[in-house]
Design a protein around this ligand. Sequence first.
Ligand SMILES: *Cc1c(COP(=O)(O)O)cnc(C)c1O
Length: 491
Amino acid sequence: MDQFAPPAADLLEETGLDPADWQRLRALGHRMLDDMFDDMAGLREGAVWRPMPGAARAALGDALPLEPQAPEAVYADFQRLVRPYATGNRHPRFMGWVHGGGTPIGMLAEMLAAGLNANLGGRDHAPIAVERQVIAWAAAMLGLPADASGVLVTGTSIANFIGVVVARTAMLGRGVRADGLQGAPLVAYASQAAHGCLPRAMDMAGLGMAALRMIGCDARGRIDVAALAARIAEDRAAGCIPFLVAGTAGTVDIGAVDNLAALAALCAREKLWFHVDGAFGAMAMLSPALRPMLDGIEAADSVAFDFHKWAQVPYDAGCILVREASRQSDAFAAEAAYLAREKRGLAGGHPWPCDFGPDLSRGFRALKVWMTLKTYGADRLGQVVAQCCALAAALAARVADEPELELLAPVGLNIVCFRYRPDGAMAAADLDRLNADIVVELHESGAFAPSTTRIGGRLAIRAAIVNHRTIEDDVMALADAVLATGRRLRT
Ligand SMILES: *Cc1c(COP(=O)(O)O)cnc(C)c1O
């Protein structure tokens, strides 16, 4: 326990868990807030990521506490064991995977939401009205009808899962909820570049991963629409029941955007559910310059995307939108005596969010989205998206200029896949190992956090520019560091 912490009991009421001394907790709360503002303001000066020291790891193995501790001491543990060793995605030189950077406004909203401790499963209260407004704004952002339904969820993985379940119920009717598939051979389609959570959604929905046909891509990483049409015909001829096409707006590897308009037309012709996984790419709709790339998204039956990636809302905040609200409630609404609806009173206000997804109790994620959209405005967020794409283009140009760097995929949006390739012959496996080692070295140096992927069998260094704090200096410094580290590791 640190020296300024008085005995824990001072802070606790005899009954309940509120403090006897609100002044003392208030002081601690203000200190936490100041510390975290300082932490955020100083991000650039610190390491992107640091491995947890053994002592910190060991301390997080302590047994269940039975006795109370002073909150000051608990906070000291947070400062010592947790804060310095977080993911690093707030840092401008974090370019790994596709992680949003978060904002101080989002942090404050999280605190306010926790203060209200609202349960957004249902009933009639303002937090649900806030979530409904967020859903309406999301529909406006993506060009879906104003009366589209939706809910906020943990992320696009669950949003895609909900999309699959809604499409299944739309194809087979509500009876499938009671009776199961009864052997109906449902099949769905996505490109080989689709995110791994789509096959998993098929798995979790009981349809089986093999029932997701992974269609090949063109040179720019977009689904081959002719091959898709051929596969649908083949499946129908074989007695299967095609029900869903999932287009991707922003593939996880290289940021490619499927030809959504062509997919929409195909789905209309074939009477298939058109779902779009726009986990990060959907936010390109906020930029007038990028919006045309997503033409056709407005025709989707459902769209899954994240506010926690390119819209910079703190984790977690995913969203599923469904064009026709009744389709979504058909798949999830259920009656239960303890969830009885009333015309008036707190039990009014239906339909409830629990009618649109698998969650009953739900937190107030909507507040941080609502405050983010109101504080920055959709246009400013769109400028951040465009700025990330401009930085990716600048990095790609630099890679093209450097004889020892090689671009491995076209840059559609904000992701640059490249590698270090020194002069002289080098076995493919050695080149892969070298590039993987470069990335690990960069992580451990604390200077940069790119990730890796495989492009055409070759290991690529992958820089996904998602953070609103990243500037041109950062991407150029990444190129410098890859060159320097590659040269050093070679010798
Ligand atoms: C990140 C991502 C997902 C998964 O989203 P989560 O929010 O991590 O669940 C799905 N699809 C694509 C294209 C993604 O980039």
